[in-house]
Design a protein around this ligand. Structure first.
Ligand code: GCV
Length: 721
């Protein structure tokens, strides 16, 4: 055996042991697994096309590119792949910009590069002076980074790379994770352990996780992270913490990720000892100006602030009779000279306002359209209530043409089974993005509002409330990783299909086996609908238990805030169920475009998935299946449980195709999900039956417990609160 063969053999043996090692399959590597390509033909092709790598240039981002390529290709191709900075005769893969790479410059790609902007890239199979190259080219080093991860995705999913002609750029400019992480490391609505930010050890200790977090995010195009909870603590703005923020920003910068913070509106009082935080007060303005300048001395490319103001008890400009625009503009003005932005949240509602909670954000924000400064984005949740398993799109989308509206999705599954239920959220994200607002006629989708194209805004953004914690696999449920992945991919390109994203993720996370991919994809594609069915079918919403938001609590009433109870939303009576939001009710429907109203105002044409969101419907009303509403609800609740059982069967059949550790974990979670689905079904049906007074259809499974028993269940110390 030659030395090279001996080395290759030893390396393969090493990889074999890594793969066989239970520790290696704990999920930590996410979709970033660089194991030997299994398809022999592909492996040969890749070795030929990528064997010698050239990355010219020495900046931090290009160093990241080199390191990632070296690590990835060595693992994927099964032998040490060195990356050099000089073009040699054997050069096969070349990455760079025309400014950093003489070879990329020689290829004269300017016309194609013009098309891809500041973050896009080209991936080409290119002949030059009689030699064949695989080329990653971009206008910026960040573009090269994204092109590198795109190529690695093609390899990890075993695609043909012989005739590459990829031109790719993001549709949305800011693609941001929102961490609801507190400085004591608890995470609001976080179900995967504690915060990954180890504030106590920062800035001196840089956890490897920060780098792996950055790698994972860069691989899906995420370019910003808001480190702290929107229920903000002003301490993060003190020098003690800014040093720690700087340490994180330094780690993330080479990966193209900017750091943002949440700004507590009352900080001038709490930190500056001022008597007021009135945004029009000159001293307050001066305080923020100095604070912002100070932040930039630590983090020169600081992104800006996310602000939750006058919502759920948070301080804000309304404490001083000022508007949301007054508050946002004051911060925007001091950030503007530094290039920072303000992401001002529209999640506002007040228990003391007698109007339907659904209407309140629109009522407050719509009149402010056109009054925000150019570096303010209004961040709007996908629906008007609060991240329910299904909501119609928020009426603000399409209603504020003069203001860039940013999408806020929730990746963490606060209302969808938290850390233990399998719910693949790409179909939910896409349902909102593809909804037609009709703001400028047919085809005015929410996606076009959010990417800024409908109203020609220069800035655009999508935020996802992160589901990441310090659990070994980052997201508690192994399939929670798919939602982080899907958010990033859709923020980059909302035209990708949920199926395609699922396929990528499955292949990179488990395997490309044709007997595994379609089965897992099917599980994923039906999973969110299963959750809707066993929790809140047909437009029901906000039925969860008090405070924990995990299990059912349709009976919740008589609490200090009516808009935090369930009865406020389902309005069940002996006659029927549902929230009348038409003219005869709260008229929330009037906040949508006439075309949308026309479809939703009539129970006969309203999609059944929104029926009880907009209408109070009689128990005996006929539904599309021919069943009465009551029977249909019983069928949907039962169908949700059945879907979970089908997922269990599919997963069981995949034993042996998935490593033991992750297979066992998902199996256990599916068992919890099945139990919880029955809990939801039985508790909700028994409770609603006290109004409907109709039997559960004979052929359906009967509830196992009594309503009284279900009402007594009160989970203690649930995570994420
Ligand atoms: C961060 C919901 C959640 C809160 C969250 C709030 C928000 O009400 O339950 O935990 O607070 O949304 O989005 O601000």
């Amino acid at each position: 055996m030659s030395k090279t063969h001996l080395f290759r053999f030893a390396f393969l043996l090493f990889l074999f042991f890594c793969q066989g090692n239970a520790q290696a399959e704990d999920g930590y590597r996410l979709w970033q697994r660089y194991d030997l390509v299994q398809d022999k033909e592909r492996l040969q092709q890749y070795r030929k096309s990528l064997g010698q790598v050239v990355v010219q240039g020495a900046s931090p981002t290009l160093t990241v590119v080199k390191e990632e390529l070296e690590m990835a290709l060595t693992g994927l191709l099964g032998s040490k792949v060195a990356v050099s900075g000089a073009v040699s005769k054997k050069a096969a893969l070349v990455a760079g910009t025309p400014a950093t790479s003489s070879l990329v410059k020689d290829l004269s790609l300017e016309p194609q590069l013009k098309e891809v902007g500041q973050e896009g890239f080209l991936l080409l199979s290119q002949k030059h002076k009689g030699k064949s190259y695989t080329v990653i080219a971009a206008n910026t080093e960040k573009g090269v980074l994204y092109g590198t991860f795109h190529l690695l995705r093609l390899l990890k999913t075993q695609q043909d790379i012989q005739n590459l002609k990829v031109s790719n750029s993001p549709k949305t400019k800011l693609r941001i994770l929102n961490h609801w992480d507190n400085l004591d490391r608890t995470v609001e609505r976080g179900y995967a352990g504690f915060s990954i930010w180890d504030w106590h050890k920062l800035p001196d200790y840089i956890d490897q996780r920060y780098l792996d977090y950055a790698r994972a995010n860069a691989s899906i195009g995420i370019n910003g992270t808001v480190l702290t909870n929107v229920n903000a603590n002003s301490l993060v703005l003190t020098p003690e913490y800014l040093k720690k923020v700087k340490a994180l920003a330094d780690v993330f910068r080479p990966y193209g990720i900017k750091v943002y913070l949440t700004a507590r509106f009352s900080s001038p009082i709490e930190l500056g000892k001022l008597k007021t935080a009135d945004p029009l007060n000159p001293e307050v303005k001066e305080w923020w100006k100095n604070k912002v300048n100070e932040i930039y001395t630590y983090v020169p490319d600081f992104g800006g602030f996310t602000v939750k103001a006058n919502s759920e008890g948070q301080p804000g400009p309304q404490n001083y009779n000022r508007s949301h625009a007054d508050g946002a503009n004051m911060l925007a003005e001091v950030l503007a000279p530094k290039g920072g932005i303000v992401m001002w949240r529209a999640f506002v509602y007040d228990n003391n306002v007698p109007d339907d909670r659904h209407k309140q954000a629109y009522t407050e924000f719509k009149p402010l359209d056109g009054t925000f400064k150019g570096n303010v984005m209004v961040q709007v949740k996908n629906g008007a209530i609060d991240f329910q398993p299904r909501e119609p799109f928020h009426p603000l989308f399409g209603a504020m043409p003069k203001t860039p509206l940013m999408m806020e999705f929730q990746i963490t599954q606060e209302y969808l089974g938290q850390g233990t239920h399998l719910a693949y959220l790409a179909p939910m994200f896409k349902e909102t993005l593809e909804a037609d607002t009709y703001a400028k006629g047919k085809g005015s989708t929410v996606a076009k509002v959010v990417d800024g194209s409908l109203d020609r805004h220069p800035i655009s953004g999508m935020a996802g409330v992160a589901n990441i914690g310090n659990d070994i696999n980052w997201t508690s449920h192994p399939f929670g990783q798919a939602n982080w992945y899907a958010f990033g991919r859709l923020a980059w390109d909302y035209d990708l299909t949920s199926e395609a994203i699922a396929d990528e993720w499955i292949k990179m996370t488990f395997s490309s086996s044709p007997s595994l991919v379609p089965a897992v994809r099917k599980m994923m594609m039906g999973s969110r609908e299963a959750v809707v069915n066993y929790m809140t079918p047909m437009g029901l919403h906000h039925l969860m238990g008090w405070s924990h938001h995990y299990g059912p609590g349709p009976w919740i009433k008589d609490k200090p805030r009516a808009d935090w109870t369930s009865v406020y939303y389902h309005r069940a009576t002996e006659k029927g169920i549902g929230f009348d939001r038409t003219k005869t009710g709260s008229n929330a429907l009037s906040q949508y475009a006439p075309e949308v109203q026309a479809q939703w105002q009539n129970p006969a044409t309203c999609p059944e998935e929104f029926l009880l969101w907009f209408h109070h419907v009689a128990w005996d009303a006929k539904t599309k299946s021919g069943r009465t509403l009551w029977d249909e609800l019983c069928y949907r609740y039962s169908g949700g449980v059945d879907s979970v059982r089908t997922m269990q069967k599919t997963w069981d059949s995949l034993a042996g195709q998935v490593d033991k550790e992750r297979h066992h974990q998902v199996k256990q979670y599916l068992a919890i999900q099945e139990k919880d689905a029955r809990w939801w079904r039985d508790a909700c049906l028994l409770y609603f039956q006290t109004f409907s007074k109709r039997p559960i259809p004979q052929e359906l499974e009967k509830p196992q417990g009594t309503l009284e028993e279900y009402m007594k269940i009160e989970p203690k110390f649930s995570p994420g609160i």
